[in-house]
Design a protein around this ligand. Sequence first.
Ligand SMILES: Nc1ncnc2c1ncn2[C@@H]1O[C@H](COP(=O)(O)OP(=O)(O)OP(=O)(O)O)[C@@H](O)[C@H]1O
Ligand SMILES: [Mg+2]
Length: 351
Amino acid sequence: MSDLKIINLVKNFQGMNRPAVNNVNLDINSGELVAFLGPSGCGKTTILKMITGLFDPDNGDITLDDKTLLTTPTEKRGVVMVFQNYLLFPYMNVNENVGFALKMKGIEQSIIDTKVREMLDLVKLPDIGLRKPKQLSGGQQQRVALARALIATPRLLLLDEPLSNLDAHLRDEMRELIVTIQKKLNVTTIFVTHDQEEAVLLADKIALIFDGELQNYTSPKNYYERPKNTKAAKFFGGVNFIKTKKNNNQLESELGNLIYDGNNIDELEIENIVTIRPENIKISDKDEYDHNSFKGLIKSVIFSGTHTRYKILIKNIELECSLQSVGINNIKENDEIYVHLPKNKIWGMND
Ligand SMILES: Nc1ncnc2c1ncn2[C@@H]1O[C@H](COP(=O)(O)OP(=O)(O)OP(=O)(O)O)[C@@H](O)[C@H]1O
Ligand SMILES: [Mg+2]
């Protein structure tokens, strides 16, 4: 349970034409579960390795409760990392694997035994203490690795793509277990993934990283409705982008004037870009809205089960709208309709 601060963190590797980690700043509150999300090679693991002490940064600092971690040796940082491939000790049984950290500390065996049982109960594996890792399934090995990481009550738990080796069904189960345990123990946790859906399901906050740079750091919900830039919006499935010019509190666009309710109006530059989620656009066959209502033409209708997606042309701008399929009218290609962009659902960004 600690506040972690990553300050101006930089890491360079030979042979790369950009820093692997480029001036990253991040505050993680005590007890939070934060996901590091980004494509392969963007620097996620490198940041974790700097937190554990496996790599030294070239610049910047990492602090836990306002004290630098960088001068503390790895084993004294109170940070544990669980790797994708579990790295259980093959010749030790499950009890010995889980109790390892306490044994190293010279703790009495009867106390270790009690604690190991507690941890195996926590990860829902009470009966496998005498088995060797190779006698376990992938999901069981992952849970043992988690129990082993948690036994010494770490200040910080780092999980590097812990679910990527599991099949879809096990992944769902493990996700739930990780969140339950994380909240129960209230341990500050970083969870690395390149799966956007997984990050949304698990995390209190998501740090989106591209090419070593932090793009956006906010709650999952904000990525959908208030992304910091178009890159972040697109990563979360954003498809509607409208260029606008700020004029007092209004945004002028090719569609017409947009009334805007976003609280970041002062931060927007004169030339900016507005986005809206497809599911937040409303359409109607009559002009029934009092603001941000524009006449458009249905270009295509794609039925995809629970939802139907419409591409709509308004002047030269194409927008996508997604409506629940249940009970919708019979809107079809080439219909003229009215499109409504609710003022509290559009969101402006500078780039
Ligand atoms: N020890 C190293 N020596 C040289 N280059 C490295 C080293 N470790 C990582 N890199 C490079 O740094 C960049 C970031 O690597 P990193 O492992 O942090 O990516 P990642 O986001 O964890 O990717 P993945 O999702 O594939 O695990 C990559 O271009 C990688 O090739
Ligand atoms: Mg990695």
